[in-house]
Design a protein around this ligand. Sequence first.
Ligand SMILES: Cc1ncc(COP(=O)(O)O)c(C=O)c1O
Length: 382
Amino acid sequence: MSSAPFLETSLPAPLDAIATPALLVELPRMESNIARMAEAYAAAGVALRPHVKTSKCWEVARRQLAAGAVGFTCSTPEEVDWLLGQGVPDLVWAHVPVGPAKVAFVVDAVARADRAGQRLAVALDSVAAGQPLSEAALRAGVRVPFVLEVNTGHGRAGAEPGKVPGRARELAALPGLLLRGVFTHEGHLSRYVGDRAGLERAGLGAGTLLASLADILRTEGHTMDIVSVGSTPGATSAPFAEGVTEARPGTYVYFDANQMRLGSAVLDQCALTVLGRVVSTERPGVVVTDAGIKAMSSDAIAAAGSVGLVCDVHGVPLADVEFSDANEEHGFLTGPGTAALKVGDLVRIVPNHACGTTNMFGTLHAVADGTVVERWAITARH
Ligand SMILES: Cc1ncc(COP(=O)(O)O)c(C=O)c1O
């Protein structure tokens, strides 16, 4: 005997019928985010390779491809495996693959991509990471394409700019590897809260620096098919530097409260919300919902002490209501505006960081005109 999936309502359904906490995407907003970014890069002749970690959802990814994305950026082997299986033509795994399991995965995945006429490149920034990959590639008889990661200011992985020519020479000399270009994640732009002009200058600076390094590498005889920048705060600046060939924004597909604080988006562009419900008003001064850390994620980058932006069921921010703290399954709302909230009320919360919030859910509810119209799987979580 088959039974209905746990707590699943038949669709279409009003928001009130959905078990909370639930992840919602406002379809018209998402579709407009996808279209606007695709149009801006098409007009500039820059390829768009969105980061798939933001959605991990094929229904979102296929819309990005349909709008002109050349392929995707991935952060995990699970994402690479999933998108190869979906037949996506061109992937960059923008994370250095270290350790025997990941090295073996890369060699298999590149062989699989070669057989299927797909392309996959991985990130490298050191000989220590490149050497085992080179040896495994030689043993398997494949050539692993790679992009050299450059630190343009974020200070995460990536070769320092001054070391890039030497590093490219060393890595390109390793047999079994094939240098295709350079990339950077200009994540340091998230530090420019309240200084959009400074952010735009720094974004353009990161793109210009990367392109100038690619020029130097070309004069040394390297092929530089890919000169790739990537971030949502930098999406309006870095890709437009002369010589940059592609952009890899991820968060833009939904935007979020962090991007609002950075001036990358306004509320009307924020497509992702967590639907929560007030479950207790017993404690004076605190309204408790069922959307806690395991719904929102704990990513508080640039968040100034808030777990997310609390809105009513129509997406209008609730005045004088703060999402000030959370336990795993409980969210704590404070502020004078909470006096109007009753047990059973629905709230919609714009997360600080859409990508982290996505990873907390297995299902994404697509919403149009206040109605849940489709239910989509979120894939490749880990
Ligand atoms: C390598 C890389 N590329 C692109 C992105 C996308 O940046 P954003 O989330 O700001 O859109 C990220 C985000 O972490 C990243 O790490």
